[in-house]
Design a protein around this ligand. Structure first.
Ligand SMILES: *[C@@H]1O[C@H](CO)[C@@H](O)[C@H](O)[C@H]1NC(C)=O
Ligand SMILES: *[C@@H]1O[C@H](CO)[C@@H](O)[C@H](O)[C@H]1NC(C)=O
Ligand SMILES: *[C@@H]1O[C@H](CO)[C@@H](O)[C@H](O)[C@H]1NC(C)=O
Ligand SMILES: *[C@@H]1O[C@H](CO)[C@@H](O)[C@H](O)[C@H]1NC(C)=O
Ligand SMILES: *[C@@H]1O[C@H](CO)[C@@H](O)[C@H](O)[C@H]1NC(C)=O
Ligand SMILES: *[C@@H]1O[C@H](CO)[C@@H](O)[C@H](O)[C@H]1NC(C)=O
Ligand SMILES: *[C@@H]1O[C@H](CO)[C@@H](O)[C@H](O)[C@H]1NC(C)=O
Ligand SMILES: *[C@@H]1O[C@H](CO)[C@@H](O)[C@H](O)[C@H]1NC(C)=O
Ligand SMILES: *[C@H]1O[C@H](CO)[C@@H](O)[C@H](O)[C@H]1NC(C)=O
Length: 399
């Protein structure tokens, strides 16, 4: 199809949208650019999105139905938009009446998250260069830092599943002091920084924006849980676990493997410290965050999103380890902790204040993004976006 035809199609498409949407103008400069011809052997295919129509100010990222539904109820998500490449279970995005806020459900696990966020960020109809992303999911929580219904905002996201793994029976006779069967890549023991990486092991997000979101959320009245939640908290010794649901700043780890219990939590907690050179405090589990952050990193490099505008919020649906009086399997399979209702409610209760702040102060603060621009290192372990990481090593073998 010729560009002129495309332009008129795009114009027809936009004019039939009857709401005053947050629409941007077609990028005439980009259209006028030459398409690289086949005589060039170093073709860079990075181009803007000349036909983008939607330009949401905030995008909520949910991972599955239970995380999505409270938002669909709370806001006027009247538009369903189906785009190629989303999860077959969740093929449809949702946007509010004037398309200012949109919502995506990625599907669970690292593969679904990476594929769905890629499909969204590369979709030609969405200009996401100024969009703020709120990753809003539920998580297992470490009793030392949080409790059932608690809300956590992360600065670090660490992927802990990328390791060698031995079954207990295979290592215990020869390596009796190992605390789990996991060993970082390129090493022969558990407490050495990995010798090689895949590049998605550690991400660091904008701390100032995280702090703003946590500050606003801490002024909200959280759902503090039902009577069973409150009773179950008292089975723990830790002050945070026994207390009320609160907003805390602490870090998330990502693993496709849904682990639980004391041994693996102790081990992954140590690994999180190792990977971030002691900077991160692991308090919540996830199966997606590093995957989504990897996509945001890649596309920031080509100017299609702003990695500085990503917030990672996890509310606590259950504890990551059992209370001292129960075995790990008993806690995990018998679930007498009162359920996940408070964590689902608190996604919206704690996530809405930053979204409102973004909309209300768009022109003065958030559009330019300077006031809350990062002062910390942001990006991945490979330094893809520039700056100097405060974790990791100066060079790695890339495995
Ligand atoms: C328009 O396209 C040009 C060339 O690709 C690009 O440099 C510029 O940033 C784009 N403008 C907008 C507003 O996206
Ligand atoms: C939009 O999607 C939601 C949830 O996916 C669904 O409940 C609703 O019926 C859809 N609305 C329309 C107009 O298709
Ligand atoms: C879109 O709606 C939101 C509230 O839902 C409002 O804050 C914003 O100003 C509206 N934007 C436009 C351009 O009407
Ligand atoms: C296990 O023992 C070896 C050899 O004594 C030592 O190098 C290693 O650090 C120990 N590992 C742990 C996890 O204590
Ligand atoms: C905190 O909440 C109170 C009561 O809802 C409100 O008046 C105040 O503006 C809020 N402060 C901030 C910083 O959001
Ligand atoms: C928890 O507290 C109980 C009762 O005070 C005590 O017996 C137990 O040793 C404590 N457990 C841990 C892991 O601190
Ligand atoms: C779950 O609770 C039942 C009843 O108390 C008990 O028989 C069973 O062993 C528990 N399951 C596990 C995995 O501990
Ligand atoms: C992080 O720790 C590793 C090894 O433990 C070390 O090689 C590296 O220099 C440290 N990185 C920073 C930024 O301090
Ligand atoms: C995932 O990303 C976070 C930063 O957002 C980082 O702190 C964490 O180490 C990463 N986790 C893994 C296992 O890569």
């Amino acid at each position: 199809m010729r560009f002129t035809t495309l332009v008129s199609l795009a114009a027809t498409f936009t004019s039939i949208l009857s709401f005053p949407i947050e629409k941007r103008a077609i990028n005439v400069t980009a259209i006028a650019e030459e398409i690289p011809d086949s005589g060039d052997d170093d073709i860079q295919t990075s181009y803007g999105k000349p036909f983008a129509v939607y330009q949401p100010k905030a995008f909520i990222v949910s991972m599955f139905e239970l995380e999505r539904d409270p938002w669909l109820k709370a806001m006027d998500f009247v538009h369903n938009i189906t785009i190629p490449g989303l999860s077959p279970v969740y093929p449809t995005l949702h946007c509010t009446t004037n398309y200012t806020i949109c919502q995506i459900t990625t599907g669970e696990g690292e593969i679904n998250a990476a594929a769905s966020i890629s499909a969204l960020t590369l979709n030609p109809l969405f200009d996401l260069t100024k969009t703020y992303f709120l990753i809003a999911g539920i998580a297992g929580g470490e009793p030392e830092y949080t409790t059932l219904g608690g809300v956590t905002f992360a600065k670090f996201a660490v992927q802990v599943g990328l390791e060698y793994q031995f079954a207990y029976e295979d290592y215990i006779e020869t390596e009796s002091n190992w605390t789990s069967g996991y060993v970082p890549y390129g090493t022969e023991d558990q407490d050495t920084y990995p010798g090689n990486v895949y590049g998605t092991e550690v991400f660091e997000v904008n701390e100032k924006l995280r702090d703003r979101a946590a500050f606003l959320a801490s002024n909200a009245t959280l759902n503090n849980g039902n009577t069973l939640n409150k009773k179950f908290r008292k089975l723990y010794n830790e002050t945070a676990a026994r207390g009320d649901a609160k907003v805390v700043k602490c870090d998330v780890l990502t693993s496709d493997n849904y682990f639980t219990g004391n041994v693996l939590n102790d081990y992954f907690s140590e690994l999180t410290k190792l990977m971030t050179n002691g900077s991160a405090t692991y308090c919540s589990t996830a199966q997606e965050d590093n995957a989504s952050l990897e996509v945001f990193t890649r596309l920031d490099k080509y100017g299609l999103v702003d990695f500085d505008r990503v917030i990672v919020m996890r509310t606590i649906s259950d504890f990551s380890r059992p209370p001292p009086s129960m075995s790990a399997t008993d806690y995990f399979f018998n679930r007498t902790d009162g359920g996940i209702e408070a964590s689902l409610d608190n996604l919206v209760i704690a996530g809405t204040p930053i979204i409102h702040d973004i909309l209300h102060n768009w022109e003065t603060v958030y559009e330019k993004g300077q006031k809350y621009s990062s002062k910390n290192y942001v990006g991945d372990i490979l330094n893809t976006l520039g700056g100097t990481p405060d974790f990791g090593k100066s060079s790695f073998d890339i495995a």
